[in-house]
Design a protein around this ligand. Structure first.
Ligand SMILES: *Cc1c(COP(=O)(O)O)cnc(C)c1O
Length: 389
């Protein structure tokens, strides 16, 4: 159904097969070269931006060490992520506390570790930051509507209306904090580049009105993540994202573009991963059923949670794939005793009719939101193991 070469080169594929041949399934193998390449490509595409990797996408220590060595900054969402990144010699000026939902004592924890840049989207959080992280830089996250065109939307829960963002920036100044900028996230795996245009225009409006009415000069826009990994639904190349977004910035800000921060997660690590699962069983629910059920040793609870609502559609190939092999429709499900543990039913995947227990099923582009975005041991199945090559 899928051409592996559209996602993984011959060279990377043979390296992967050699590396993974004796590993027990299910497992995830991350190709660190690919992460490095994705980071350098993003950096080249946005030479004027500072990159803050969103750790949650893949918190594997080799990934963090690599990105730290490459000079990346980090977007941190919890004290646990802060402790994790502290192992890699990253100075606190390369960190931002980007979660708008935080306990007062965690704000203090970050402050005590030297972090001086905080996101917010509410009054109470801002008051806590003023009290426990005095004098810090503040950026306010604005709401953007993105549910229609992002495969994994991040709307509603985060951000505030621009009018409220205005008030929060003024309040930040009055509380002795440094009003630094505006942030947004247009939704993860955002396929409509125009979403950045709308969000940048909102930021521009806030820059202007705050300067005119309050003499507050903001200096930064944090454009979040949302850049794509390679799944089934096609997206533009990163170069198109970069040239369009740069054009929007110039259209709105002329030659005086503010400091730009990007917070990529998915686009840096997504393509670097291959999740290998094994077929436990195939079956039909009645003698004449056309679709087969294929049950795997990996599912929604150990690696494939982004198949919720069949949102992210990964390319899937198998050890039975061959050009002449006949394929038939399948419903793909995981190993647990929960009927929610079905990855694809409506998407109508097709797999070789010869597929049988013991065969391997490879999930490509599974480097992001797989290894830790999972249950701990539901039904006793342990968390999926990640290996780095
Ligand atoms: C998850 C997250 C990101 C990463 O988004 P991607 O779409 O994976 O690039 C960036 N910023 C914030 C605040 C996030 O919560």
């Amino acid at each position: 159904m899928f051409n592996r070469k559209d996602y993984v080169s011959d060279k990377d594929w043979s390296r992967f097969l050699e590396f993974s041949k004796d590993l027990e399934t299910p497992n995830i193998v991350i190709n660190l070269n690919k992460v490095k390449k994705n980071f350098l490509t993003l950096k080249d595409s946005f030479p004027y931006a500072r990159i803050f990797y969103a750790i949650k996408a893949n918190p594997g220590e080799p990934v963090l060490e690599l990105l730290s060595d490459l000079g990346s900054n980090f977007d941190i969402a919890s004290r646990y992520e802060l402790d994790l990144i502290s192992k890699f010699n990253v100075s606190p000026d390369r960190l931002s506390y980007g979660n708008t939902i935080k306990k007062a004592k965690d704000i203090k924890y970050f402050y005590d570790k030297g972090v001086r840049m905080f996101a917010t989207d509410s009054r109470d959080d801002l008051k806590n930051i003023a009290e426990f992280a005095p004098g810090s830089k503040i950026y306010v996250r604005i709401l953007v509507e993105n549910s229609a065109t992002a495969d994994w939307p991040l709307s509603r829960k985060f951000g505030c209306h621009p009018d409220m963002a205005y008030d929060l920036i003024v309040m930040a100044r009055d509380l002795g904090l440094v009003p630094y900028g505006i942030s947004f996230h247009v939704g993860s795996q955002q396929r409509d580049i125009g979403q950045w245009n709308d969000a940048i225009a909102k930021a521009k409006y806030l820059f202007n009105s705050l300067e005119e009415e309050e003499s507050i000069k903001l200096s930064m826009i944090n454009m979040g993540g949302g850049f794509p990994a390679s799944y089934i639904d096609p997206t533009n190349d990163l170069s198109v994202y970069a040239s369009e977004i740069s054009r929007y910035l110039h259209d709105d800000f002329g030659d005086e573009i503010p400091q730009i921060i990007l917070e990529p997660g998915r686009s840096l690590v997504g393509d670097s991963g291959i999740l290998t699962s094994e077929v436990i069983l195939t079956s039909r629910k009645n003698n004449t059923a056309l679709a087969r059920w294929v049950y795997l040793d990996s599912g929604k609870f150990n690696g494939l949670i982004e198949t919720l609502d069949e949102s992210i559609k990964y390319p899937v190939i198998t050890s039975q794939d061959a050009p002449e092999k006949k394929e038939g429709e399948v419903i793909i499900a995981g190993p647990t005793c929960d009927s929610m543990d079905i990855m694809y039913e409506n998407a109508k995947y097709k797999l070789p009719v010869s597929l049988k227990a013991g065969d391997k099923v490879y999930w490509l582009s599974t480097g992001a939101y797989t290894s830790t975005y999972a249950s701990v041991a539901f039904n006793g199945f342990p968390p999926i193991k990640t290996y780095f090559m």
